[in-house]
Design a protein. Structure first.
Length: 254
């Protein structure tokens, strides 16, 4: 775990919230034993605790699912369509990868093992998804309070400046970026340049879903061994075998 100066406040807040809900529930359970009429209070506290944990853990799972999409070339080929836009508005949130569910389930699968029910997960992930729509427009600026993701922090995630690449993955909470060392603020001296490094290549919604796979297959075709071909898909985005020149895709506006 990478914990810098930005990470400690987030970690402290996370631990505090979990411990506070657990302690309050324990105290209510003790009171309930002496006063059975307070049983509804205990049930309510447990429901609140479960809901809070569901939100935190679902967002944490989303963080790692999102980060994986920026760390593995084959997963970036799926996720990259969301980053092709060179504008920052609510329509960007609708530019959704068709095949992301093929690997997102792996990150959400452990949640039932933590006692998170299907209803709690559905409510949490639905709220997180709707919230994530609102972070794609600077018209919806608001304070993040060092906890929540905002348009001001998420715009960095869509920038291709070297200092902003693969940063600020959180959907609802910025805690995870602060804890795991992927949080960055906008530097006024280095304003975000939106889009992907290879540029905007097509307006065709269907072709845009496959365009990064086109690059991977070009790299794989030029590789000299089976191992290099495998690495083209599992190494970090942009990796290519030694001696292989960058591929160029033809820009099309169809």
């Amino acid at each position: 775990m990478v914990l810098g100066e930005q990470g400690w406040p987030g970690m402290i807040m996370f631990v505090y919230l979990i411990l506070a809900t657990m302690v309050s529930t324990y105290r209510l359970e003790r009171k309930t034993k002496r006063n059975p009429e307070l049983l509804w209070c205990t049930d309510l506290a447990i429901a609140i605790q479960g809901g809070l944990v569901a939100f935190l853990v679902a967002d944490l799972a989303y963080y790692w699912y999102h980060r994986a999409g920026h760390s593995v070339a084959a997963l970036w080929a799926i996720h990259g369509v969301h980053h092709q836009c060179e504008e920052f508005n609510l329509s960007v949130s609708a530019r959704h990868p068709w095949f992301s569910d093929l690997y997102s389930a792996f990150f959400y699968a452990p949640l039932p093992l933590l006692g998170i029910g299907s209803g709690q997960f559905f409510v949490a992930i639905s709220a997180i998804s709707f919230y994530s729509v609102s972070i794609h427009s600077l018209l919806l600026k608001r304070p993040g309070l060092f906890i929540f993701t905002t348009p001001q922090t998420h715009i960095v995630h869509h920038a291709n400046n070297p200092r902003y690449l693969h940063k600020n993955f959180g959907a609802m909470f910025t805690l995870w970026d602060r804890i795991f060392g992927t949080h960055v603020e906008v530097d006024p001296a280095d304003p975000p340049r939106l889009g992907v490094p290879v540029g905007y290549l097509t307006h065709d919604g269907a072709r845009s879903q496959w365009i990064f796979f086109d690059l991977l297959f070009q790299f794989a075709a030029r590789a000299r061994s089976l191992g290099e071909r495998f690495n083209v898909f599992v190494m970090h985005p942009g990796w290519r075998p030694e001696g292989v020149a960058p591929c160029q895709l033809e820009r099309t506006w169809t």
